[in-house]
Design a binder for this molecule. Structure first.
Ligand code: PBG
Length: 324
């Protein structure tokens, strides 16, 4: 059917028609809001490169959780900034560690909120790398046991789901086994299966105080040039027992989300990272972009590419807008 018989504009003439044929939907249920938790009292410190996002102390969580629930969101992703960093990330799996205490705090004020925890070592290591370092190298296998311990300590503290973001080989299998052995066979793993070595993490490293003190993360995170490798990474994690596969960052990697969507039946998550958020915030501040519009367009694009779940610093703002 060709013009003038077929006129695509017929179905665009007003919002009723547009809504009727809209192919992709965005809902608060699909959004996850990241939270940065710190020690201390009455801390509510805005992250300079991420306006609207805060480092929060434990006493601030109750009010924050209420606000999050009021927007219609159901889940958060926790990151912790510990009181001290060392060479073995000991505060990452401490029973009274910052994330472990935050989980307890959140669950005591609202046991219904889905609490996901980031399982990584970079915030807890003095050198800022995601693994155990020996002789200037990031050791894969020596890191696995620590990651298993971290995941287990989160589950014991009451986390609903763990999300390993370290990119060590074999960590999903190790975490699955560790959880199962301790009776947490029902705790799902959302794996950062396809995580690129990206410049878009810059603002996060300020928020989580985890910039590497030497070198970079290119020996463990993926090369941005590769897409076939993404399928191998996702296959491995799926076979090791991942329940959700994540792609990160999101907008510069829509092709990867789309490929994973075609190849896998598992739920797919995408992480709209700190740099993606900061770019829109900065341009909006300059008056160069309509923030609401661009925020929704980015989120919708990530959904259209095939993501079921989006982790985003815009979760609260987007959820509020969706409920209006
Ligand atoms: C920890 C981790 C990072 C992010 C999530 N988990 C930083 C990194 O890998 O350097 C980035 C999140 C963001 O930029 O919003 N490994």
């Amino acid at each position: 059917m060709l013009f003038p018989d077929y006129r695509p504009r017929r179905m665009r003439q007003n919002e009723n028609f547009r809504a009727l044929i809209r192919e992709t939907q965005l809902a608060p249920d699909q959004l996850v809001y990241p939270l940065f938790v710190v020690l201390g009292k009455k801390v509510r410190k805005e992250i300079p490169s991420m306006p609207g996002c805060f480092q929060l102390s434990l006493d601030q969580l109750k009010a924050e959780i209420k606000e999050i629930k009021d927007t219609g969101l159901r889940s958060v992703l926790l990151f912790g900034i510990p009181e001290k960093k060392d060479e073995i990330a000991s505060r990452a799996y401490a029973k009274d560690g910052i994330v472990q205490r935050a989980i307890a705090e959140i669950k005591s004020s609202d046991k219904d909120l889905l609490v996901i925890t980031d399982v990584c070592l970079c915030e807890y290591m003095s050198h800022g790398h995601c693994g155990f370092v020996s002789g200037g190298k990031i050791e894969n296998d020596a890191t696995l046991e620590i990651l298993g311990r971290v995941a287990l300590s989160h589950a014991r503290a009451g986390a609903d789901m763990v999300a390993p973001s370290d990119m060590m080989d074999g960590r999903v299998a190790e975490i699955r086994e560790t959880l199962d052995e301790d009776g947490f066979e029902h705790t799902p793993i959302m794996s950062y299966a396809v995580k690129y070595a990206s410049g878009f993490y810059g603002p996060f490293r300020e928020a989580a105080e985890c910039a590497p003190q030497f070198g970079d993360r290119r020996s463990y995170q993926m090369d941005p040039a590769n897409s076939r490798e993404a399928l191998r990474e996702a296959t491995l994690d799926m076979e090791e027992g991942a329940d959700i596969l994540m792609v990160k960052p999101a907008l510069p990697y829509l092709d990867i989300i789309s490929r994973l969507r075609e190849e896998f039946d598992h739920p797919i998550a995408a992480y709209q990272v700190s740099g993606e958020y900061a770019m829109v915030k900065a341009a909006a501040k300059m008056g160069w972009l309509d923030e609401e519009r661009v925020m929704m367009e980015c989120l919708l694009s990530i959904r259209r590419a095939g993501a079921d779940i989006i982790i985003t610093y815009y979760a609260k703002e987007a959820a509020r807008l969706l409920r209006r």
